[in-house]
Design a protein around this ligand. Structure first.
Ligand SMILES: O=C(O)c1ccccc1NCC(=O)[C@H](O)[C@H](O)COP(=O)(O)O
Length: 205
């Protein structure tokens, strides 16, 4: 199972979180977010893959951030089209398209993105497009019958291990962690994260 820690910004915290054993690390390029990254941190992960998170950003901005941050993946939280996903893929990055899940109907949108994305990310609906700290009804995902692997996201925290251990889906590929492990916006509690990651890795999933 992939583990992504999202909303990173501080160089020292990036180093510590990488040492906790995360596979992917997310950097948010969305000005209204409290986790928005403006300047390139003096350290970027070398073992964890770098994910750039955008919300309806223009193509030029995304291209520049891919180059400046050496992004491996781009995660899209807005109304980006399947064509945009394909165009970004041609730049050599992998694509994660996020979908806010309120009802089984929301999963129908994923069909149009099949073949244009490498992963989907199923998240809790919220006004800020992400980072709500709240979970949604994971049972809704049993209506997802697509083949594109997905990350489970939204409000996953230290108390989620039991629920994660009981969750099953053939396309489930990983988890996304963010505000439930924060001491302040974009600053993760590495002790709590390490404990959680170590325990998550022992689960038989
Ligand atoms: O975290 C943000 O501030 C954010 C803002 C706008 C778009 C996406 C954002 N986060 C992307 C993520 O992948 C989060 O980790 C995901 O939404 C889950 O966050 P949380 O509910 O805090 O665990």
């Amino acid at each position: 199972m992939l583990i992504k820690v999202c909303g990173m910004r501080d160089a020292n915290n990036i180093r510590e979180v990488e040492a906790c054993g995360t596979d992917w690390m997310g950097f948010i390029f969305f000005a209204p977010s409290a986790r928005n990254v403006t300047d390139r941190p003096e350290y970027l992960p070398v073992h964890a893959r770098r994910v750039g998170v955008f919300v309806d950003a223009d193509f030029k901005t995304m291209t520049e951030k891919i180059q400046e941050f050496g992004l491996h993946l781009v995660q899209l939280h807005g109304t980006e089209s399947p064509e945009t996903c394909l165009k970004l893929k041609q730049l050599g990055v992998e694509i994660v398209k996020a979908f806010a899940i309120r009802s089984p109907n929301d999963l129908k949108q994923t069909a149009a993105y099949t073949g244009t994305c490498d992963y989907f990310l199923f998240d809790t609906p919220c006004i800020g497009y992400g980072g709500s700290g709240k979970s949604f009804d994971w049972n809704l995902l049993q209506h997802y019958q697509g083949k594109t692997p997905f990350l489970l996201s939204g409000g996953i925290g230290p108390d989620s291990l039991e629920a994660l251990a009981s969750f099953h889906h053939p396309a489930w590929a990983g988890i996304d962690l963010n505000s439930q492990f924060e001491t302040a916006p974009a600053c993760k509690n590495t002790a709590a994260l390490k404990t959680f990651i170590d325990q998550f890795k022992t689960l038989q999933l």
